[in-house]
Design a protein around this ligand. Structure first.
Ligand SMILES: [Zn+2]
Length: 442
């Protein structure tokens, strides 16, 4: 069972291993958890079982190892391991006989838990506490859980269990209720960016600020993913500076220019423009699903920076332009449509056609939505004018101001608009036209 992790770490790269935190204070983004654990060690108030739950790459096994060292360190400093005594060093190198790591995912743990049951009652060989770290504990079989439960019900002295899981709800309550639980949170892009900057500087990796921000955002809260990306890009670029474009290329992501171009075309009802962006994406070998995902994120970032009044992490020119065009409601409804389209696309082979057809539907719907709103805007001005002379009208305004539903278009109008759009599409993309011509407006 020992050695499993070193293989996994080798795959994760040298940077990850070199920069793995060795003290509670070096862990980023989990202040409450590390402070509580550090205090518990300092005051000698240890539990016999801990549950670390949270998304991948947020530091669960890292903190588990620091805790294993802290409880066994020969000269701890305020709950922190010294990292220099023989016990600390053996644990850091993964060769301590008393810190045992089990990967619940690798073979669902039956043999390992059996072995654990046999060994758990032996006192630690060389340290104060025997520490079992069980990663992905939710993957254990029922059999393994039952064996584990018996040990947890009557925990041997000087044994500490640390369970790590991305899916705590899959643990039997009989097991989780016997643990002190800590929730590991996604790490914010700002914190990830700060740490990446520090690492790049120390390692002599040349990287633009835009690229750092882009990596931090793509990592989605996982610091491990961010480090792996940085390392991947640095070996791809050699001594040259890493640019945002390199990340997009490595990950197959669309550029901000493509995203804002697409959204602008959709919002202004520019069918030819939208189809052109899609054609360019397709020629560049970009995945339509990833493109939609990025477009939704783009909208979300824009919405967040609008609502909070703070500039987003990637506040480019494209976003500023879009910001002037869109209302919050429109942004939300557009995001919903794009997400819906992405879901529909998942099981289809020709994703490009689906992206084209879906985009045209969104354009048509937005047009309908807007003409509905213009009518109600007109009504609003009318009511305001009346309110000046007759204050009583005010009371009724509320009900009249409700936005009209999409269906306010009469069927003939809808049909006419649909036909006009089909003609326009026919000029641009015959394949899409053929697909649409069979259908009717909703
Ligand atoms: Zn030590």
């Amino acid at each position: 069972m020992r050695g499993d992790n070193t293989v996994a770490e080798r795959a994760q790269g040298a940077l990850y291993r070199r920069w793995r935190p060795q003290r509670f204070s070096e862990v980023i983004g989990q202040e409450y958890t590390v402070k509580t654990l550090q205090n518990a060690v300092a005051q000698g108030r240890l539990h016999h079982a801990y549950l670390f739950a949270g998304p991948r790459g947020t530091g669960k096994t890292t903190v588990a190892r620091i805790l294993a060292k802290a409880v066994n360190c020969e000269s701890p400093q305020e709950g922190e391991p010294c990292n220099e005594c023989p016990a600390c060093r053996r644990i850091s190198r993964g060769i301590s006989l008393d810190v045992i790591e089990i990967d619940g995912a690798s073979n669902r743990g039956i043999d390992q838990i059996r072995q654990l049951r046999e060994e758990v009652n032996f006192v630690p060989a060389e340290t104060k506490y025997k520490v079992y770290i069980i990663d992905e504990v939710h993957m254990l079989t029922n059999e393994a859980f039952n064996a584990l439960l018996k040990t947890l019900e009557e925990p041997p002295r000087r044994v500490i269990f640390i369970f790590a899981t991305t899916e705590p709800h899959k643990l039997p309550p009989t097991v989780s209720s016997r643990c002190q639980a800590f929730e590991f949170k996604n790490i914010s892009p700002e914190l990830i960016a700060g740490k990446l900057r520090e690492i790049a500087k120390a390692e002599g990796i040349a990287i633009s600020p835009q690229a750092i921000r882009a990596i931090s955002r793509r990592a989605r809260g996982s610091f491990r993913d961010a480090e792996v990306l940085l390392e991947q890009l640095s070996s791809y670029k050699g001594k040259a500076e890493i640019e945002e474009e390199d990340l997009l290329q490595v990950m197959g992501l669309p550029s901000e220019e493509a995203l804002s171009g697409y959204l602008r075309a959709v919002l202004s009802g520019d069918i030819a423009g939208a189809l052109e962006v899609i054609a360019r994406l397709s020629e560049g070998g970009k995945d339509p699903e990833l493109f939609l995902e990025s477009a939704v994120e783009f909208c979300r970032d824009l919405l967040i920076s609008r609502l909070t009044g703070e500039p987003g992490l990637e506040q480019g020119q494209g976003q500023e332009l879009l910001g002037q065009v869109l209302s919050d409601g429109e942004l939300i409804s557009l995001s919903e449509r794009l997400l819906e389209l992405k879901r529909e696309m998942r099981f289809l082979l020709d994703k490009r056609i689906m992206l084209e057809v879906g985009t045209l539907k969104i354009i048509a719907d937005l047009k309908g939505l807007r003409s509905g709103r213009e009518e109600s805007e007109g009504l609003k001005t009318e009511i305001k004018a009346k309110a000046k002379t007759k204050a009583k009208v005010k009371a009724q305004a509320g009900s009249k101001l409700k936005p009209k539903p999409k269906s306010s278009l009469v069927p003939e109008e809808m049909e006419e608009r649909w036909q006009r759009m089909l003609e326009e599409i026919k000029k641009e993309r015959v394949a899409v036209y053929a697909f649409l011509a069979e259908g009717h407006p909703r």
